[in-house]
Write a protein that binds this ligand. Structure first.
Ligand code: FES
Length: 135
């Protein structure tokens, strides 16, 4: 037991010595920094920026989302993005669709989309007019 407590004490002392937190910027204009110097700077290197990767790229959709303004669900106009899954759009708009296989095999999730029976688990929002009705 003593050995364990001693080890904890040593680790706490090393940790306290290697971690430095600076308070938020004050009126004097000092910069807020956090030093991650535990274990010989191993964490500091883990969070460092890799300059070899070049300029940061947009992680989202290029040219923004392609929104479709002509989407209705049970007669109500809703927001949707072209290519978005119908099951996701229905859930976002709190329209309950019953699913079973979610693979397109059973037909439990069928809805009417632009006058045609469509499996909601497989369908996505098309370009242009999209009128969806649950059964
Ligand atoms: S849940 Fe079975 S076809 Fe959609």
């Amino acid at each position: 037991m003593f050995r364990f407590q001693y080890t904890i004490f040593i680790l706490a002392a090393v940790f306290a010595k290697s971690v430095a937190f600076t308070l938020p910027p004050s009126a004097s204009g000092s910069r807020s920094t956090t030093h991650l110097n535990f274990f010989g700077g191993a964490l500091k290197k883990a969070f460092e920026s890799d300059d070899k990767l070049g300029k940061q790229q947009n992680a989202g959709l290029t040219n923004g989302p392609n929104e479709n303004d002509n989407v209705t669900l049970n007669g109500k106009k809703i927001k949707a993005v072209v290519g978005q899954k119908v099951s996701v759009v229905a859930a976002q708009n709190r329209v309950k669709i019953t699913y079973s296989c979610k693979k397109g095999d059973c037909g439990t999730c069928e809805i009417m989309m632009n006058g045609r029976m469509t499996k909601a688990c497989q369908a996505s929002i098309p370009q242009g007019k999209c009128d969806m009705r649950t059964l």
